[in-house]
Write a protein that binds this ligand. Structure first.
Ligand SMILES: Cc1cc2nc3c(=O)[nH]c(=O)nc-3n(C[C@H](O)[C@H](O)[C@H](O)COP(=O)(O)OP(=O)(O)OC[C@H]3O[C@@H](n4cnc5c(N)ncnc54)[C@H](O)[C@@H]3O)c2cc1C
Length: 420
C-alpha cells in the first residue's frame, strides 16, 4: 500500500527526507510557512563534515554564555530578553556541558554520520548535486590551542572518522592557503571534511523533488491541526486541509513554535548566525575554520562566505550589524582578504537542542508523528544520514541507523535531577 506522508518544513532535513521517501514509493507532500529552503538551508557556511562535528554544550560554554549577557561582540551571545524562554533549555544545556557528555555527544554525532558517504551517493543518484569542494583547513595563532583542538578529535577515530594526528607549521599552512596571515603558527588539515555550496545542494534537491511530482505547498502556515487520541489526522493551511498516514515535523529553528500546535514540547531554540560575502581570491581556495575567532571562511564560485557567531535572542532574533562587524574585525588577524569590499550580509538561525544532538524519532504521545529537529551547527553535514534514518523509520518502522541517542523524549525533569 502506498504510504502518504506530509512533511512540515521544507529545509535541509525535510527536503532530503522527502526525496528518499518518494524514491521508496511514498506519496509525499512538503508544506512550508515560507519558501522551500528559506531557513538556514542556503545561508549556512557549507561545511560538510564527518570529523569536526561537536555539540555547542562544551566545558566552559555556560560561563561564556553568562559573560556574553553584557558583551554584544562575543561569538557566543545570549540576550537578556531570551532568558525567560531558555530556562528549561538552559538547565539541560548546563547538564550537557561536562567533558564526559561533550565527548559522548561528539561520538554520537560521529556514529550518526558513519554512513555519510553512502547517504551522499544515494542523494547524488537521485539528482542532488553532491560535488564536494576542497578539504578543510584549521589554522591557529596559538600552537598550544592547536594541539588542544587536535587532541579533542581523537575519540572520533574509533568510529571510522578520519582524524588528523599531527600538527603542521604556519609556513606549510600558508602554502595550502596563501591568504593566511603571518601570525598563523600551527594547525591541521581535515581530510574527511569538505565544503559544498549549500545553495547548489538545496536547489538541486528542490529540482529533483519537482521532477518527481512531490506535492509542494509554500507560503502555507498551519492554521489547525486535527487530532484524535494518539493520531494526527489532518493539517489545515490557508491552501486547504491535508490528511495522511504519517506526518514529519522538520521546521528547523521554528520547531518549538510548530511543536506547540501539535501539543508537543520541543526544546529547540534559534541560535542565530551571520554570514557576509567577500570577493573571491585565489589565495583562499580551501574552507577554513578559525577556532580562535569562532569564525569560518568558505570559498564558493561567486564569493568567499565569512560566517560565525551564535546568538540567542528568543524565537524571533533581531538582526544586529555589530555581530557582522565583529566577524570582519576578528578575521583580519587571521587572513588577508579584501574585507573592505564586503557585501551581501545574511542572518539565519540554527535549530539548537540543549545537548547539541538532533531529536529524531516518534515522540511518545503519537503513533503517526515523527520529529526531526535540533540539527544545530552541523545540520548540513548531518542531512544525508538523517534523511536515510528518517526515511527508514517512516517506511520500515525502524531504522538501520541507531537513533537511540536522538530520542525526542530525552529531555525530562527526571533526567535533570539525576546526579551523573
Ligand atoms: C550561519 C549558519 C551557518 C551554518 N553553517 C553550517 C555548516 O557549515 N555546516 C553544517 O553542517 N551546518 C551548518 N549550519 C546548520 C544548518 O544549516 C542547519 O542545521 C540546517 O539547515 C537544519 O536543517 P532543518 O531542515 O532542520 O532546518 P532549515 O534548513 O532551517 O529548514 C527549516 C524549514 O522549516 C520551515 N518552517 C519553520 N517553521 C515552520 C512552520 N511553523 N510551519 C511550516 N514550515 C516552517 C522554514 O521556512 C524552513 O524552510 C549553519 C547554520 C547557520 C544559521
Amino acid at each position: 500500500m502506498t504510504k502518504s506522508v506530509v512533511i512540515v518544513g521544507g529545509g535541509l532535513i525535510g527536503l532530503s527526507t522527502a526525496l528518499l521517501l518518494s524514491e521508496r514509493g511514498a506519496e509525499v507532500t512538503v508544506i512550508d510557512h515560507g519558501q522551500l529552503g528559506g531557513g538556514a538551508a542556503r545561508g549556512n557556511a557549507g561545511f560538510m563534515c564527518t570529523t569536526l562535528l561537536e555539540p555547542l554544550a562544551a566545558p566552559g560554554a555556560v560561563k561564556s554564555a553568562i559573560t556574553s549577557l553584557r558583551d554584544p561582540t562575543r561569538a557566543l551571545r545570549v540576550h537578556t530578553r531570551a532568558l525567560p524562554g531558555m530556562i528549561g533549555w538552559g538547565l539541560h544545556f548546563a547538564r550537557s556541558a561536562t567533558q564526559k557528555r561533550y565527548v559522548a555527544g561528539r561520538i554520537a554525532l560521529a556514529k550518526l554520520n558513519q554512513r555519510h558517504g553512502e547517504a551522499m551517493s544515494l542523494l547524488g543518484s537521485l539528482g542532488v548535486d553532491v560535488r564536494l569542494g576542497p578539504e578543510l583547513v584549521v589554522p591557529f595563532h596559538d600552537p598550544a590551542l592547536a594541539e588542544h583542538y587536535l587532541r579533542a578529535l581523537a575519540p572520533m577515530a574509533d568510529y571510522g572518522v578520519v582524524v588528523p594526528t599531527e600538527l603542521i607549521g604556519g609556513d606549510e599552512l600558508r602554502r595550502i592557503v596563501p591568504a593566511l596571515s603571518d601570525h598563523i603558527t600551527a594547525g591541521y588539515v581535515v581530510t574527511g571534511d569538505h565544503s559544498i555550496d549549500p545553495r547548489v545542494f538545496v536547489d538541486s534537491m528542490i529540482a529533483a523533488l519537482r521532477s518527481r511530482n512531490v506535492t509542494i505547498v509554500e507560503n502555507a502556515p498551519i492554521t489547525a491541526v486535527g487530532r484524535a487520541e494518539r493520531r494526527i489526522n489532518s493539517i489545515t493551511t490557508p491552501k486547504g486541509t491535508l490528511t495522511f498516514d504519517d506526518v514529519l515535523l522538520s521546521a528547523g529553528a521554528g520547531s518549538r513554535r510548530l511543536g506547540r500546535l501539535f501539543g508537543l514540547r520541543v526544546p529547540v531554540i534559534p541560535g542565530q548566525g551571520y554570514n557576509v560575502g567577500l570577493p573571491v581570491s585565489e589565495a583562499l581556495s580551501h574552507p577554513v575554520i578559525f577556532e580562535e575567532a569562532h569564525a569560518v571562511a568558505t570559498p564558493f564560485t561567486d564569493r568567499i562566505r565569512l560566517g560565525g557567531t551564535m546568538e540567542f535572542d528568543g524565537d524571533t532574533p533581531r538582526f544586529d550589524q555589530r555581530r557582522v562587524d565583529a566577524i570582519l574585525v576578528s578575521m583580519r588577524k587571521f587572513v588577508n582578504l579584501d574585507f573592505d569590499a564586503h557585501f551581501g550580509t545574511w542572518s539565519g538561525s540554527r535549530p539548537m537542542s540543549p545537548d547539541g544532538l538532533p531529536l529524531m524519532g516518534r515522540p511518545h504521545q503519537y503513533d503517526n508523528l515523527i520529529l526531526a529537529a535540533g540539527h544545530g551547527m552541523f545540520g548540513l553535514s548531518l542531512t544525508p544520514t538523517s534523511a536515510l534514518a528518517l526515511c527508514e523509520l517512516i517506511i520500515d518502522g525502524t531504522s538501520s541507523i541507531d537513533l537511540g541517542d536522538f530520542s525526542p523524549d530525552r529531555f525530562t525533569l527526571a533526567k535533570l535531577l539525576r546526579a551523573s
